[in-house]
Design a protein around this ligand. Structure first.
Ligand code: IPE
Ligand code: IPE
Ligand code: MG
Length: 254
């Protein structure tokens, strides 16, 4: 790959990066602006980070845009956020196509108002042929919602005799999640200064590397993203093994 930022090792680019895009409201408040202005500015960061992730060869980018719990925010803010999502999808879809980015949505989108739902469907369809970066937009998503849905589906397959409970494996559960066709995140980034996961991908991040930064989402830049990737690349992922085992297996795979 050409022109990679010089702090990025092309051999160790994370295949899947997940991001909790937090801090829009506080970014706006610090500037004396309405919280909604923070969300507007946050859309520009989404665009920047999609480009940055494509540039270094990330295959999947999962963005937490609106959580199940966010439905409980003041109705004006919920309305503004949902409207903003529609506007952003309409505006950005041509560029997504140009950049070969495929959009996918995870979450309880049946809860979305018709305008948002239709606009999402249009963008999904328009980018379905794209083969580059896959962006998974987590909308009306929470991990506990997803796990409850998975439990329901597994229980109903067991009840109808299509699935033997003794045959249920980790893979069975993974395949029932909204991320069924996507590998687990290698790196989870949260902006905005809080060190928590807020009901995001709880099953899938079992062995993800976590990266927290104080930078508010609207101020998060491509360089900040590359810095997070570079830090990830310096970590040793042991998956429960010893450091010696890990270095032996990476030597034998050379
Ligand atoms: C993240 O920013 C965007 C959403 C949760 C939709 P916030 O709106 O949570 O901003 P803060 O955390 O209050 O600053
Ligand atoms: C997490 O941010 C959800 C999104 C970024 C969409 P929140 O602002 O909702 O999380 P909490 O409330 O600080 O845990
Ligand atoms: Mg927040």
């Amino acid at each position: 790959m050409t022109n990679l930022p010089n702090n990025i090792d092309p051999e160790k680019v994370p295949a899947h990066v997940a991001i909790i895009m937090d801090g829009n409201g506080r970014w706006a408040k610090a500037r004396g602006l309405d919280r909604t202005e923070g969300h507007v500015a946050g859309v520009d960061t989404v665009r920047t980070i999609i480009t940055a992730a494509s540039e270094i060869g990330v295959k999947y980018l999962t963005l937490y845009a609106f959580s199940t719990e966010n439905w409980n925010r003041p109705p004006e803010e919920v309305r503004a956020l949902l409207h903003l999502i529609v506007v952003a999808l309409e505006r950005e879809t041509p560029d997504l196509i140009k950049n070969n980015v495929r959009l996918n949505v995870i979450g309880d989108i049946d809860r979305m108002p018709p305008e948002s739902y239709e606009s999402l469907r249009r963008s999904l369809k328009a980018t379905s042929h794209c083969t580059g970066l896959q962006v998974n937009l987590a909308l009306s998503y929470s991990s506990r919602w997803e796990l409850v849905e998975a439990a329901r589906r597994i229980a109903s397959l067991a009840a109808s005799g299509e699935l033997d409970p003794a045959e249920i494996t980790e893979q069975t559960v993974s395949e029932m999640l909204t991320t069924a066709s996507v590998p687990d995140p290698d790196l989870l980034i949260r902006t905005g200064g809080d060190a928590r996961v807020s009901n995001f991908l709880l099953w899938q991040i079992a062995y993800s590397e976590l990266y927290f930064t104080n930078i508010f989402w609207p101020a998060f830049s491509a360089d900040d993203f590359f810095k997070a990737v570079a830090e990830y690349q310096g970590r040793e992922r042991r998956f429960g093994l010893t450091s010696e085992q890990v270095s032996q297996s990476s030597e034998s795979s050379l």
